[in-house]
Structure formats: C-alpha cells, structure tokens
Design a protein around this ligand. Sequence first.
Ligand code: ADP
Ligand code: GLC
Length: 481
Amino acid sequence: MSRKVLFVASECVPFVKTGGLADVVGSLPKYFDQEAYEVRVIVPNYRCIGADWKDKMNFVTSFYMDMAWRSQYVGILEMKYEGIQYYFIDNEYYFAGDRPYGYIHEDIEKFAFFSRAALSILPVVDYRPDIIHCHDWQTGLVPVYLKDSFREGEFYAGMKSMMTIHNLKFQGMWNIPAVQDATGLAMSYFTSDKLEAFGDANYLKGGIVYADVVTTVSRTYAEEIKTPFFGEHLDGLMRARSNALHGIVNGLDYKEWNPKTDPLIYKNYSAENFKTNKVKNKLGLQEELGLEIDKKKMLIGIVSRLTDQKGFDLIDCVMDELCQDEVQIVVLGTGEDRYENLFRHFAWKYNKKVAACICYSNELSHKIYAGCDAFLMPSLFEPCGLSQLMSLRYGALPIVRETGGLKDTVEPYNEFEETGTGFSFSNYNAHEMLAMIRYAQAVYYDKKKSWNKMVKRAMEADFSWDSSARQYEALYDSMTS
Ligand code: ADP
Ligand code: GLC
C-alpha cells in the first residue's frame, strides 16, 4: 500500500510562480517513487493563473466553510498534470489579485482561509493523506489547525505534518487581535510557546511549533538558522526543535532545465558539444539585448528577485569598477526600486556592456542561463537557491558567496587540483566579491582549458531531485512507521 502525501503551498510551477518555492513544489512530487508514494498538491486558484491552465481545470464541487465568525465559499477545481493530481481552492474574494501576494494584512486572512480550506476539502475529495507537507509561512497554520479543530474524528486522526522552511525571513506576522479574528483560534494559542513572537502572531512559528517534522532546503541553512544572524529572531526555536529539523538540498527539474532539449534557447548544447554550440546562445543574447556582439567577451548573468537577500548592495558598491573590466553584464529581475534603478542607470551609462531587463520572463531566464559564461549570486543569505543550479546545468559558472545552499552546491575552483564547479568568496564584502569576479575573469581569459573543463564538470554535476526525493521519502517513512 502506498503512503499518501499532500503538498500544500501558495505557488507551484507551471501555474503560478514568484520564486524558487514554485519550482520546488512543481517538480519534487514528480520525483517520488510513484508506486510507494502518492503525492497530491493543493494550491490557490488565483485569478492571475493563466487562462490556458484555467481551461484545463475541472470543477469538482463547492461548499461553505466556517472560518471564525464567517462562512466562506470554498470551490474545488482539479487537474491531473504530468501524472500528479492537483487541487485548486477557489474563492474570488481572497484570490482575486493580479499577484499571489499583496498587503500583509490581507494575506494573513487569505492564507488562514487557504490553510483551513486545504484541510476541509480532504473528506470531500476523498483523499486521506498520511502526511501533510506544508511549505513556508502561508501554510504555517495547517499543522496548527490539524491539532486544533481537525483533531477529532476518525478522518484526521493520526495525520502527520511536515513544515518546510524555504525562507525564514518571511514569517507571516500580524497583530494578535486581527489574527485571532481571521483564524478563529482560541486566545490560548497566542502565547510565546505557540504562535506569539515578539508581541505579534506568527504563522511560520505556529507551523514550526506544531509540525511533527521541520525541514529546510539545505544542510548549511539548517545549521545557520540556529544562530542569531540567520535565525530571524526564531533561532531559539530552531535550536529547541533541532532534533526534528532536517536540511535537504533542493533539486532541479532536469526535464525542464536541460540545455540539450530546451526549446526556449537559441541553440541546444550538451556537456560534449558546448564549446561550439553554447557560444551561439551568447551571440543570440548579445544581439537580442543590444550588447556589443563579441563571442570572446565574458558575459556575466544575474536572474533574481532584486532584494537585499541576494547581495545587491555589494554589486551596487562596485558596479562602476566592474564595468571598467572586459566583461558584459546582463540582469533579469524585479524588486526593490533602488536596485531596479541601479541597473537601469548602468545600462544607460554603459549601454553596450550592461543590459537591464527589469521584468519577469521565464523565456529570457532560460536564454540567460544558456548564453552567459558566468552567473553572479553573492547572497547575504540563501536557504538553497535554484538559480545557481540552473546556471551549473547550463554551464554558466556560478560566482557565489559561501552561505546556505550556495555553499552546499557550488564547489569552489581549485587551480592546483583542477577541481570545482564555480567560484566562491566567504565574507560579505564588495571588494572580496570583486576580487573573485576578477579571478574568474583571469581563468576565463588566460586559462581557457581549465575554464572549459570546469564548465563540463558543472554541467555534469548532479542536482536532479533523485537523491533529495529519497531523503524526503525516508523522513515520510520515519513519520508514519
Ligand atoms: P528565490 O526563491 O529566493 O527567489 P531561487 O534561486 O530559489 O531564489 O529561485 C528563483 C527562481 O525564480 C529561479 O527559477 C529563477 O530563474 C526565477 N526568477 C527570478 N527572477 C526572475 C525573473 N525576473 N524572470 C524569470 N525568472 C526569474
Ligand atoms: C526561497 C529561498 C531560496 C530557495 C527557494 C526554494 O525562496 O530564498 O533560496 O531556493 O525558497 O526552496
């Protein structure tokens, strides 16, 4: 008999994505042993999900759910896609925005509704999971509700929950009276050993306290978050739960992210023929973005949310200096105004050298991973990071700061032993980063053979989901045996 697992998450590729969370939720379920684990996924039916997907959804049923003093409509839609059963929770009041997330006070009520609805639909769709696997603060109330109003009755009895932290920075915090009103949880939940933290109610804390097992997305981050610097004020809780805390590194959907078959890039290539074919992607990108067309020029890519987490203040500090070098830089991202404007400014100042694409484009992201020689990701902290995995897979050598998943996935170049898959620096210091970028340039221009061998190693490094999916399976087994 197979174990039944339910993923509950606020985003999921290919339906709706703002970051790596969606990549994980959309790919990991496909990599479990399908005979032994049946995994289904619940996500909100946001209005911003594309019409082509909406056309493929089937309406199952609807009902009204008690939610504190409210009675709210819950619609259930379903779709089977690439072998996985998806459920979409419908409610036009909560999920009407043009983005998944909006103002925090609205999101607090929205995701309380979503978490409760995710549990409520299970008997209706006749799916009784052994384990509910929750992702990030938006689903932090699922383990709480499971041990609260869903505790009684045969259907939910013995159901276990796992909470995966993709980013401890975002916790879903709001004032206690408003959260109490939105969630309907008794006041006794809002104490410091449960949902309360520093005077507010905190959804992620609730999830971490009430889940049977807690995971995060790399081993290093699992250690880091037990310290004050990375712990985002919950390091004490992380230490207290360290017996239940596991770090499992993210993988990549190798079917989607494959330079050999990727239909979105200019020219397909592999670890065998990248020397002749990868460069065609650079030339295509240079032309498309109005950069000087020069196949020899080192092209450095950035694809990212433009936030402090990703280390953009380091780039801000040395961007002018970097632009004096023999490099081109292409940035794809959206986020904080100061960083959007920073790159717009430099794209104007050095228009043949710097391209700034201040937008969200999946297609362009593929072209950048394929077209660049190197990929810059100097994060202040990084739970795992998928962008560096994509860049490894596409042979754009990552230049990263040694933190979280970046440390666990990028092996620094060792020129004496000819090992490594990228470049890394340890201190959060702009000139240390610049020195590492310059070292990478020196290898690129003066030791082409070594560079190419490293590209091959990077492309052949295995960050498919296979080994991490086995680790999740082992945890599921330990929770249910
Ligand atoms: P995070 O989840 O913290 O944003 P990750 O590296 O885990 O960081 O995942 C980021 C994901 O979002 C990657 O798939 C990356 O390619 C994608 N991404 C980020 N910004 C953009 C953008 N502007 N356009 C297209 N894809 C983007
Ligand atoms: C978060 C983290 C990122 C991680 C992603 C998926 O957005 O910032 O490092 O890769 O979640 O787990």
